[in-house]
Design a binder for this molecule. Structure first.
Ligand code: NAD
Length: 396
């Protein structure tokens, strides 16, 4: 394994890697992204820490879930997650369901002794996330929240540079995460992402949770927030055609935040940013330089080093993060042959398998349920700040 990943195949991985049985909840967007990653791990991350065996996938619609099982190569399917969790062949439960089916199935899974990975946001509220964290800690299993951007090589490289002190004292963290797909011209009805009961929050939990987690990953703990939220379209057609449903989550938020280490930051997420498809851009400014990342150019890191170049040529420059010595890249192609968004899930799930098989800690490289809970506390504080028009101190 490449040294830069901090990932070493344990002795058990060097001969025949053990199999880990996977049970997947959800077969849509994330079900597909995670299944794709599990299938690539045995030959891309080589030797693999473990070989994922796709035991079963779960969804409510039998025709659709049986087709998904065939398509992705699962041995079986279930239409009830409770039944799937009774399957002893499953050691790792992967929750790619909507936010309202995160807590119940994850808690039942850890109580059944299964390791668990859950999509973000971990839960709809911090209280719900805390119940999940407590249950996972009590069960003593490995737990991970799928904050996959921690596994973008350029972002992991940024974290390593910041941790090494290369940027010196950190002054600013500035992050935007913008999309446009719920704007009126898309004619989106009342889907689960637009209701508080099913999603918890809107752009905040969907997009904001990622940049909150990256702020914690790159800079440190957030100590206060001061925020605004907005819902631009308040009613949308119900899927059964019976009328209009109330949108009770945010379409966008902005927040000013303080960090424990004295840095200050701004966070913004919106699903109403015309022309923005999946625009995640962040910048960290420190005493000795700055780093900038743009997900649409995810193999690059823009850097500026104070005083390192002649005055006439000073400026930000692009570094292509595709060398074998960059995080995770030794597993892929020769330098300059870029990787894509889906590969973040390969890194993330390989890390989890390594932690399971070799009894290593998911944190700090991966996000645990503790990180998911902390991101949820910040999300709740952003909502509280927006509704009270006050700055809120963060307490875990
Ligand atoms: N990490 C990322 O980049 C990223 C990207 C998109 C979504 N997500 C997260 O992934 C999760 C799923 O999002 P998605 O985009 O895949 O949503 P989706 O609507 O495409 O899929 C949701 C899946 O959940 C299943 N489901 C819902 N209730 C169920 C139940 N009771 N029993 C069984 N299956 C059930 C649905 O059948 C569907 O397969 C969400 O928490 C979301 O926030 C993460």
């Amino acid at each position: 394994m490449g040294k830069a990943t901090g990932f070493t195949a344990g002795p058990r991985a060097q001969g025949e890697a053990p199999e880990i049985g996977v049970g997947m909840l959800g077969y849509a967007f994330m079900g597909k992204a995670h299944s794709n990653a599990f299938k690539k791990i045995p030959y891309i991350i080589y030797p693999p820490p473990a070989v994922p065996r796709l035991i079963a996938i779960c969804g409510r619609d039998e025709a659709a879930v049986s087709e998904a099982a065939r398509r992705y190569g699962y041995e079986a399917y279930y239409t009830d997650w409770r039944k799937m969790l009774e399957d002893d062949r499953i050691q790792l439960f992967d929750n790619g369901g909507s936010n309202d089916v995160h807590a119940g199935p994850c808690i039942a899974a850890v109580q059944a002794g299964k390791h668990v990975v859950c999509e973000k946001p971990l839960a709809r509220t911090a209280g719900e996330a805390k119940e999940m964290l407590d249950a996972a800690q009590k069960a003593g299993v490995k737990h991970m929240v799928a904050f996959n951007y921690r596994f973008v090589p350029a972002l992991r490289q940024a974290r390593d540079l910041i941790r090494s002190g290369a940027l010196g004292r950190i002054y600013h963290y500035r992050a935007d995460y913008l999309q446009e797909w719920v704007m009126p011209h898309y004619n989106v009805g009342m889907i689960w992402r637009l209701g508080k009961k099913t999603a918890g929050s809107g752009a905040l939990g969907d997009l904001g949770a990622h940049i909150i987690d990256l702020g914690r990953f790159l800079v440190g703990e957030i100590t206060s927030v001061s925020a605004m939220t907005r819902t631009f379209v308040k009613e949308r057609p119900l899927p059964d055609g019976s009328g209009m449903g109330k949108v009770d989550v945010d379409d966008a938020f902005v927040a000013a935040v303080e960090f424990e280490n004295g840095a200050i930051g701004t966070l913004e997420a919106s699903r109403f940013a015309a022309g923005r498809k999946n625009h995640q851009v962040l910048e960290v400014n420190g005493e000795k330089g700055s780093l900038r990342f743009n997900l649409e150019r995810m193999n690059e890191l823009e850097v500026f080093w104070v005083g390192e170049q002649p005055r006439e040529t000073q400026g930000f420059h692009n570094v292509l993060i595709t060398e074998g010595y960059h995080p995770w890249m030794s597993h892929w192609w020769p330098q300059g042959h870029i990787i894509g968004w889906e590969h973040t899930f390969v890194h993330e799930l390989a890390h989890l398998l390594d932690c399971i098989v070799n009894d290593r800690d998911v944190a700090p490289d991966g996000a645990t349920f503790e990180d998911g809970y902390r991101a949820a506390v910040v999300c709740d504080a952003i909502l509280a700040s927006a509704s009270t028009k006050r700055q809120i101190d963060i307490r875990y």
